[in-house]
Design a protein. Structure first.
Length: 339
């Protein structure tokens, strides 16, 4: 059997360099000339790469592990919708709420576990919502909360011991909170305004109906136990509630954790704008997952460049494109303008 003509790193380099189109055909066309034309990879080489690449599910963690501190930092978990507005035959595409569009849209729901120390943003694990596929799905047809718990259990097995687990109100189901407690970790999360709490053994009432001072208030969360809640009011009047199982938390730490949790939103923009994570056109679920995994590994390289040389993801990306444009402009024989 002939060895593969391309590997993961060919595709990762392509994802970093390509400006807009992310297909197997374009990946093959973009490869440098081979000494022997018969050795040049065709689009099928990249198609087969996607078929086999996701079988190695530990590759993202192996590359992320040297960039994280196992003891410390914060684990942030959240999901985002990869837009697929015209996808009628792509597996894994279902309807999800999109914060970008403020509406329910067609797309793939990507759930990520991100490690951060407030500066570095390192994706350590991911899952994709595949419940409609049932047990035949690549992740066993689980919902988002089940994926949430699976990633936390995997993080524990890998030796991670974060200061806090930070997440959105969607993931504040009682099973999730109790799992974090059983792992010996602290949690910090946004809470919905209608969540039931008991402020003083007077009965459960909605969170929005109680008085919460600036320094926070300790209450009993129904079905869980004692937590501390905070209230934040933005300049435009929007109100957000936060809760933590650490009842000694001060307002400053609440603000810091909220800021660290926002890092995953910045990360979501990065993988979409710099790595083409939502632009793959392959139809099979396993190939979509391989593309997503390789896109996250491409992001790791951009993040490492940012950490080492203080160069933004966008500057790293445009510097590659700028080099190609410069080479084109330096070759009058190739210029369409001179034709």
């Amino acid at each position: 059997m002939n060895p593969p003509k391309v590997d993961d790193y060919h595709y990762i380099d392509y994802l970093i360099a390509a400006p807009r189109i992310f297909t197997c055909t374009e990946a093959a066309r973009s490869q440098p000339p081979a000494p022997n034309p018969s050795d040049a990879p065709a689009h099928d080489s990249f198609n087969r790469l996607l078929e086999r690449s996701f079988q190695d599910r530990g590759s993202l963690w192996r590359e992320a592990k040297p960039l994280v501190s196992l003891k410390g930092g914060v684990l942030v978990l959240d999901d985002t919708t990869l837009d697929k507005p015209y996808a009628k035959k792509i597996e894994l595409v279902t309807r999800h709420w999109s914060g970008k569009h403020h509406d329910v849209v067609l797309g793939i729901n990507l759930i990520t576990m991100l490690w951060t120390d407030g500066k570095n943003l390192i994706p350590c694990d991911f899952r994709v919502y595949d419940k409609p596929m049932g047990e035949a799905g690549p992740f066993g047809g689980k919902d988002k909360n089940e994926h949430f718990r699976d990633m936390l259990a995997a993080a524990k097995q890998r030796g991670l011991d974060p200061r806090y687990v930070v997440f959105d109100s969607w993931y504040t189901a009682m099973d999730n909170l109790k799992l974090i407690r059983s792992l010996g970790w602290r949690w910090f999360a946004r809470m919905k305004s209608n969540r039931l709490v008991d402020p003083g053994r007077s009965g459960n009432v909605s969170l929005e109906s109680i008085e919460i001072p600036q320094e926070g208030r300790v209450v009993h969360l129904k079905g869980y136990g004692m937590v501390k809640v905070f209230k934040a009011v933005s300049k435009n009047g929007d109100v957000e509630y936060y809760a933590t199982d650490r009842t000694e938390m001060k307002q400053k730490e609440c603000e810091d954790l909220s800021s660290e949790g926002w890092g995953i939103e910045v990360y979501h923009r990065g993988i979409k704008q710099c790595c083409g994570v939502e632009r793959s056109q392959v139809r099979e679920a396993i190939k979509q997952l391989a593309h997503i995994a390789l896109a996250l590994r491409a992001f790791l390289r951009l993040e490492l460049e940012r950490i080492r040389h203080d160069v933004s993801w966008y500057e790293s990306k445009i510097s590659v494109i700028r080099g190609a444009v410069s080479s084109y402009l330096a070759s009058p024989a190739l210029s369409l303008a001179s034709a």
